[in-house]
Design a binder for this molecule. Structure first.
Ligand code: UGA
Length: 459
């Protein structure tokens, strides 16, 4: 099939390369000429495992090409994907200016029947407007159909997610458009949900909002565990074996971030308000997420003091999650700003996101370390802010040797508590108070349990 993908961000670039790898001929379009040159040279504008190899392979095999000309890009395409950004505007709604602009340009350059598909995350009714715009700008001379085909890929594993999707959602009022899209995806052998435009648009938002709800839910359970003396990771495990609940997205931490969840939850809430509906649950989800970082910082100030002047804190993690260099809406950066605001000297490290973070934190007089041990050197406390697997591999004894202090605040519950405690650290996490974990590990020390319980109830 001949395809055109407009926009070379996460969704567009991954989409274009995977579509071409499936044997389709794909032209990727972006107005940013420098970006296009970088991509052609195999220098990806984003860090995404497997992406560079996939792009170069398909360019070499002549299935994938890039251009800055939308007219050229859509000329031979049977299906045109709109994958441009829809950032959050000041009111919490999605800024759709890029979508409208692309729709106009498609209309002006339409040279034959095509299916115009929106992959960008867009609010209810957007595809209907896209249809109107294309109709207006093409002067009704050419036939076309519009479809919604939202993407569910996660940054950091987007290539794999797209290759092995759980489901494909496609919405359109045209049976012909749905048939064409089915042909593109049918080899995946995963369920296809074919529906109307508006349902497809809501499926995307509802999916992200539901996952965000799971995270805020477990974060509240974690706060309860901290008070009641239970271990949230065991609670999540116990819940997760129930297939109706599932284990995914039940990891407590300092809150969700990234370019999707915060924006999409706010946009769905805004859409509900526009429909004169107060989506109270979503309000709670956002509020819990906003507060989560403050609970974490409070734990730090309770131990180190409210004035952090003279304290050196090592912060591991800058990206909004592991396996990405993306720092958009990163809670790690929020925590770093709060700690710096309280006077702490910070030594920070991230395996991929340091350069991006410098752009945001640059003037805060922060030391950017070359690895975890370098960050920990001379520190009074160590904070884990992003769930990078490699932080787990840090040797507790070696950390203890280079640090001045002996406290670890694990905002992602990823470190090995036993190893840290054996090395002489005091370990704090999110929803796993010390004595509860000892119990769940099978250490039945009554003294620990009673002391822990007394400490908790005296709070
Ligand atoms: C999310 C969705 O998971 C994708 O399905 C969707 O396609 C994408 O948004 C999008 O709309 O484009 P992504 O933003 O890449 O993907 O990141 P996630 O892996 O979902 O993580 C989001 C945030 O939640 C991160 O800050 C992560 O640290 C946090 N998180 C995740 C938790 O705090 N706990 C968990 O159990 C899982």
């Amino acid at each position: 099939m001949k395809l055109c993908v407009i926009g070379t961000g996460y969704v567009g670039l991954v989409g274009a390369s995977v579509f071409s790898d499936w044997g389709n001929t794909v032209v990727g379009v972006d107005i940013d000429a420098k970006k296009i040159e970088r991509i052609k040279a195999g220098d990806m504008p984003i860090y995404e495992p497997g992406l560079s190899e996939l792009v170069l392979k398909n360019i070499k095999e002549k299935r994938l090409s890039f251009t800055t000309s939308l007219k050229e890009g859509i000329a031979d395409a049977e299906v045109v994907f709109i994958c441009v950004g829809t950032p959050q505007d000041d009111t919490g709604a999605a800024d759709l200016s890029a979508v409208w602009q692309v729709a106009e340009e498609i209309g002006r350059n339409l040279n034959g029947y095509k299916v115009i598909v929106t992959k960008s995350t867009v609010p209810i009714g957007t595809n209907e407007r896209v249809k109107e715009i294309i109709k207006e700008t093409s002067n009704g001379k050419v036939t076309f159909d519009v479809a919604s085909n939202p993407e569910f890929l996660r940054e950091g594993s987007s290539v794999e997610d797209m290759m092995k999707t759980d489901r494909t959602v496609m919405g359109s009022d045209s049976p012909k458009a749905l048939e064409i899209l089915k042909e593109l995806y049918t080899h995946l052998n995963s369920p296809i949900v074919a529906c109307d435009l508006r349902s497809a648009e809501i499926i995307k938002y509802a999916s992200n909002a539901f996952l965000a709800t799971k995270i805020s839910f477990i974060n509240e359970i974690a706060l309860l565990c901290d008070r009641a003396g239970a271990d949230v990771s065991v609670v999540a495990e116990g819940m997760g074996y129930d297939k109706r609940i599932g284990k995914a997205f039940l990891k407590a931490g300092i809150g969700y971030g990234g370019s999707c969840f915060p924006k999409d939850v706010a946009a769905l809430f805004r859409t509900s308000t526009d429909q004169a509906y107060d989506f109270r649950l979503l309000r709670g989800v956002m509020e819990v997420n906003e507060k989560q970082k403050y609970h974490f910082v409070k734990k730090i100030t309770e131990k180190l003091g409210k004035n952090l002047n003279g304290k050196v804190i090592a912060c591991l993690g800058l990206a909004f999650k592991d396996n990405t260099d993306d720092i958009r809406e990163s809670v790690a950066l929020e925590v770093i700003k709060l700690l710096r605001g309280l006077g702490a000297q910070l030594r920070v490290f991230d395996p991929q996101a340091t350069e991006n973070a410098k752009g945001v934190l640059g003037d805060l007089d922060i030391y950017y370390a070359k690895d975890g041990y370098d960050a920990a050197t001379g520190a009074d406390a160590l904070c884990i802010l992003t769930e990078w697997g490699e932080f787990r591999e840090l040797e507790a004894k070696k950390l203890k040797k280079v640090m001045r202090g002996d406290i670890v605040f694990d905002g992602r519950n990823i470190m090995n508590r036993d190893q840290l405690e054996v090395a002489g650290f005091t370990y704090f996490s999110v929803g796993r108070p010390a004595y509860a974990v000892r119990q769940s590990n099978g250490h039945k020390s009554l003294k620990n349990r009673v002391t822990g319980a007394l400490l908790n109830f005296s709070k």
